[in-house]
Design a protein around this ligand. Structure first.
Ligand SMILES: [Zn+2]
Length: 92
């Protein structure tokens, strides 16, 4: 079984920093409150990163179900997994 985080890791290190940024930006992105610049950076990254695309889709679904979501409330586990992935990259 391959988690989305393993797939992010498998895509290579050059995307890792933006993957972290996606976690921070996703709620603003979904609410349409990002600046034009950030929004295009997010969309450019999503076009090439299946892991983040899945993450954004999960967030979109969650927000549709429970309403507005604070990134602090929802993404602790996701952040922890991303940080674990980071440590995995650092070891490689
Ligand atoms: Zn990504």
């Amino acid at each position: 079984m391959t988690s989305i985080w393993q797939r992010i890791r498998d895509r290579g290190r050059r995307r890792d920093r933006m993957c972290i940024e996606i976690v921070e930006l996703v709620t603003d992105y979904l609410e349409g409150s990002l600046s034009e610049t950030d929004r295009s950076r997010v969309e450019e990254h999503l076009s090439g990163c299946d892991g983040c695309t899945n993450y954004v889709e999960q967030m979109r679904t969650t927000i549709a179900i429970v309403g507005r979501v604070q990134v602090e409330d929802l993404s602790e586990a996701a952040k922890a997994e991303l940080l674990a992935a980071f440590r995995g990259w650092a070891r490689n």
